[in-house]
Design a protein around this ligand. Structure first.
Ligand code: Q46
Ligand code: ZN
Length: 307
């Protein structure tokens, strides 16, 4: 198997692209995919500071590595979610990555912002699933920290597999409202929201893992223990089966949707936002979903996390 670009021995085969690459040419391919995503969706400009949501996993660290390598001004933000040993290891990986490269990493302990509760306790006390509570907490903390620190852009490591699985879930239930909002760039509609971008949306999970491996990035390999049984994983497996039978299915699914999204679902508009009476963030009700979650959880006795 030879590299498509230089003819040297290939170590990476990408069936979806009908290509194989040596390590150096694979890095070029990977960077070009990221640059294409940034350019074609006007995600950010050279002079904008980009805050990267860094979990400590392969996707967010690969994203940080590639954006830093491309010369963008970046900083990372890591949220300690209070999910036992998994959170401790994730934080260590994020901190190690940043310190080895001299990059700025902001670390926020969610307990300090959520009435002393980590995500598992918060979810249990509020009667929500861990992932639902976690999503609310992450959105709020990313929005408020980016705004507080003057970062107009927040980049996440969502890859092609994440986007395809989310799209499949939204299509299976015809969630028009979510379909209208599913794209690689979400503009900041209100002060208090950063622009949210997904520069890895063209690149598969396998290619991202390969990039992280070849770049010798030390990342947390284990999945979050709360992800077990998540519907998203079922959709990912179904898509992997399709991809094995017909390479390129995931990309065709996502890019084909993005081509027709505006025409088919673009009429959906956000309700005019007011401001949360507690934290001041834009929201449609008296309190934002984060403040409602914390208030509900704080009003109940602390529940064991089971970790
Ligand atoms: S961290 Fe949070 Fe994920 Fe863990 S609790 Fe669920 S949402 S699975 S990306
Ligand atoms: Zn609020």
């Amino acid at each position: 198997m030879k590299c498509r670009r230089c003819g040297a021995k290939a170590v990476v085969k990408l069936r979806a692209h009908n290509s194989a690459f040596c390590p150096q040419c694979f890095f070029v391919f990977f960077r070009r995919q990221v640059e294409k995503a940034i350019r074609s969706w006007r995600m950010f400009e050279r002079d904008e500071r980009v805050m990267i949501a860094v979990s400590g996993g392969k996707d967010s660290l690969a994203l940080w590595d590639v954006l830093d390598g491309l010369g963008y001004r970046t900083c990372g933000i890591h949220l300690c979610l209070g999910i036992g040993e998994y959170s401790k290891r994730s934080r260590q990986k994020a901190e190690k990555f940043a310190s080895e490269r001299g990059l700025e990493l902001i670390v926020v302990e969610t307990e300090s912002r959520c009435a002393g509760l980590g995500v598992p306790e918060l979810a249990a006390a509020a009667g929500r699933s861990p992932c639902a509570a976690c999503g609310t907490v992450k959105r709020h903390l990313f929005d408020t920290e980016a705004t507080r620190r003057g970062c107009k852009v927040l980049a996440t490591g969502h890859n092609l597999d994440d986007e395809a699985a989310r799209l499949l879930g939204n299509v299976l239930r015809w969630q028009r409202h979510y379909l209208a909002k599913q794209k690689p760039v979400l503009e900041a509609t209100e002060p208090g929201f950063p622009r949210k971008v997904k520069p890895l949306y063209r690149i598969s999970e396998l290619a991202t893992a390969t990039y992280a491996f070849l770049r010798k990035i030390d990342y947390v390999v284990e999945e979050c223990p709360k992800a077990k049984g998540a519907t998203q994983l079922v959709y990912k497996e179904a898509l992997n089966q399709l991809e094995r039978a017909v390479p390129g299915t995931k990309f065709a699914f996502v890019s084909g949707f993005l081509d027709v999204r505006e025409e088919c679902f673009g009429g959906e508009r956000e309700a005019g936002a007011g401001r949360c009476e507690s934290c001041g963030q834009p929201c449609a009700e008296r309190l934002c979903s984060f403040c409602r979650l914390v208030a509900r959880a704080a009003g109940k006795p602390k529940v064991a996390s089971g970790l």
